[in-house]
Design a protein around this ligand. Structure first.
Ligand SMILES: Cc1cc2nc3c(=O)[nH]c(=O)nc-3n(C[C@H](O)[C@H](O)[C@H](O)COP(=O)(O)OP(=O)(O)OC[C@H]3O[C@@H](n4cnc5c(N)ncnc54)[C@H](O)[C@@H]3O)c2cc1C
Length: 378
């Protein structure tokens, strides 16, 4: 069976790796002429690290990034809203969150896949047609025929536009500013992820290598609608612990992203074509789970394609298996973002966090981090 994957992002590459290891012939078609993930970091939580373990990439990712004991929610002065124990936020296999440069992570996946499969860069998908049991896929410069088409082309997916033209993005009214700073955190912060909540602004950071700190700042768009310089952003966070301004001031380039998610689609697939990752269920980044969920998609979809009698049966099983968890992430992430940037909402969140017993937090994180059987052996 021939499979085409549109998009060489974290979802597309992880899917390609699982599919080839499972025995499928698959090619990735990526619109960008070269893979150039923006200069920011990413937090891969235990569920994603378990998926990476199945691919044999866990150690390489840990040594290329920074293993975090936990991610703490704190106040601007760095004190924690609640002291959560490290063991509460590891999964049943001992996986912890790993913070890594996005470009480095994508390069690892790309290099691994290049050993076993083919990725065509500079190949933007244009269109597809169904012809009996085959799919004719059209790019700018060529046409191909495949048995299954996977749309892993991100939040602005063109494959989705063709399948579900009525799909809509939901605007959170918030802006995320991100950067990588040439900086080393004080020793007591080096193995932690921190997210500090201020008055309608928040700031998160962690070490991603010995001399690099990844950071993000979230503001309401109506307060700061346009581009901000390094010094303007540092001024905005001048009321926070001095380490925050230090991190910002050691940054070269700032990336600005308006936060959006995707309104729940009626379905993820149609006639041999299936969406995955952000193309199917883009979430706001407040739970740090977007890419983790795309990686889970990769793992489960490969399993169902191998074990179901037809492509469409596999897509149906995949969607029904994945919907509940993905809906949980998208909805809670949306709510989280709204609450933290609202004065009363933030107070409520802090009360809830402080009063929730550790064992309940453990249960919630285990639910989020669980990578369920059916186990896929590759
Ligand atoms: C501010 C911010 C912080 C985040 N932090 C985290 C985090 O800490 N942890 C986490 O798990 N998630 C995080 N996320 C979410 C995460 O970035 C996304 O969920 C993830 O990158 C989605 O991967 P994807 O491969 O599905 O889509 P994308 O990364 O968007 O990749 C899609 C790929 O498809 C290509 N493409 C697009 N159109 C076409 C076309 N027509 N033809 C061919 N190729 C095409 C694109 O060039 C791209 O390479 C964050 C998101 C944001 C915005």
């Amino acid at each position: 069976m021939k499979i085409a994957i549109i998009g060489g992002g974290l979802t597309g590459l992880t899917t390609a790796l699982f599919l080839t290891k499972t025995g499928f012939e698959c090619t990735v078609y990526e619109s960008a002429p070269q893979l150039n993930e923006i200069g920011a970091g990413i937090w891969l939580q235990p569920n994603a690290m378990q998926i990476m373990k199945y691919l044999g990439l866990q150690e390489r990712i840990i040594t290329s990034g920074c293993r975090l004991e936990r991610i703490d929610i704190g106040r601007p002065d760095l004190t924690s809203v609640k002291d959560i124990k490290n063991k509460t936020v590891i999964d049943e296999f001992g996986n912890k969150t790993v913070a890594i440069h996005r470009g480095r992570l994508q390069q690892i996946l790309y290099e691994e896949f290049s050993k076993v499969g083919s990725i065509e860069l500079g190949m933007p998908y244009k269109n597809h047609e169904i012809a009996q049991d085959r799919i004719l896929v059209e790019f700018e410069t060529k046409r191909i025929e495949v048995n299954a088409l996977l749309g892993a082309d991100g939040i602005h997916s063109s494959v989705r536009d063709l399948l579900f033209p009525e799909a809509k993005l939901r605007d959170a009214g918030q802006v995320c500013w991100r950067g990588v700073s040439s900086f080393q955190l004080p020793a007591d912060l080096q193995n932690l992820g921190r997210e500090l909540w201020g008055d309608k602004i928040r700031f998160g950071f962690s070490q991603i290598s010995n001399n690099q700190v990844y950071w993000f700042a979230v503001t309401r768009r109506k307060d700061f609608p346009k581009a901000m310089s390094v010094s303007q952003l540092a001024d905005l966070f001048s009321g926070f612990d001095a380490v925050v301004s230090e991190i910002i001031l050691h940054t070269n380039g700032i990336h600005r992203a308006e936060l959006k998610d995707l309104k729940r689609l009626p379905s993820w697939h149609r006639s041999g074509v299936c969406l995955m990752g952000d193309a199917a269920h883009a979430t706001t980044p407040n739970m740090g789970q977007g890419a983790c969920q795309g990686m889970e998609d990769a793992y489960y979809l490969s399993f169902f394609l191998k074990n179901k009698p037809s492509v469409n049966d596999a897509f149906m099983a995949f969607e029904s298996f994945r919907r509940k968890k993905v809906d949980y992430v998208v909805n809670n992430s949306w709510l989280f973002g709204k609450m933290v940037h609202h004065p009363l909402g933030q107070t409520i969140m802090k009360v809830i966090l402080k009063s929730t017993p550790e064992r309940i937090i453990k249960k919630q994180t285990q639910h989020l981090y669980e990578v369920k059987s059916p186990a896929l052996t590759v």
